[in-house]
Design a protein around this ligand. Sequence first.
Ligand code: C2E
Ligand code: MG
Ligand code: MG
Length: 291
Amino acid sequence: ASRLIKEADIAMYEAKEKGRDGVIVFDDEMEKRVEYNLEIEQLLHFSLKNNEIFLMYQPQIDKKGNIEGAETLVRWNNEKLGMIPPETFISIAEHTGSIIELGHFIMETAFRTLSEWEKQGVSLCQFSINVSMRQFFYYNFINDVHALCDKYLTEETRNKVVFEVTESIIAEDVDKVVHIMEEIKQLGIRFSMDDFGTGYSSLSYLKRLPIDEIKIDRSFISELDDTTNDQIMVTSILNMAKQFNLKVVAEGVENISQLEFLQSRQCDIYQGFYYSRPLTDTDFQDYYKKH
Ligand code: C2E
Ligand code: MG
Ligand code: MG
């Protein structure tokens, strides 16, 4: 009986997450997923201590083909499960709260890398770090950022840091969001709206938030070749961004025709497999030196 109730409970939460007012059946597939997620949750707990978490860096290229910056992307290589994609474990870490510790580690590693690269002559214009929503709203977030800046960055390198947030933060109290952003911006750090176009993307919010950049979601870029709808969408985003004086990064640029379309519409920065996959620290430095 208790198992039946537990499974019904899991299905109920799933139904709620899917927007309520629906029916979800607890089946084998769901059972496996729940077990897998539970295992991830448990293993994630030891991942930092076991040195299983590391960062990769993906180049961002400007209109002239020069390296403008990099985005840091977290990786988790577990002994038992192998490589687990961030899309799987970040949401679980958000759920359990371990994102706070994980996010701190990511930021510290990223700041250290930025400072180290600068010393090695790998000098970028911008250096982007993904910040999850729960991390952003953590009561000590601003203090943590201050402390890590003091420890690793100079005024010059601080001005290169960009925090990527997603549109989901808009679901929270906007005044609070603006307050946190303003505090962080005092340090010289900029904000970018990641996965733009997939979430709430309301123009009125865009105007209220002190963001400096938007990243057009890769789902729009990947369909550029064959859907005129996406061409219109991307063109409108670029026009709108210009009006708001925002820099635009296109993510997931995979081929020359996508690149040419974006170039013809004056997109500022390109990121994607066409130029490079995410690279390890040393590979990124080599890539930089070759270019
Ligand atoms: P994102 O921030 O939008 O990152 C872009 C994702 O697109 C990355 O996947 C990157 O490897 C992938 N990508 C880049 N270029 C291409 C391309 O040309 N084609 C295709 N198909 N994919 C491309 P990744 O590294 O698996 O990360 C997925 C998501 O996980 C990220 O999306 C971000 O939301 C989250 N994430 C990654 N690292 C971190 C982190 O350090 N902290 C937090 N909070 N979230 C992270
Ligand atoms: Mg990102
Ligand atoms: Mg994105």
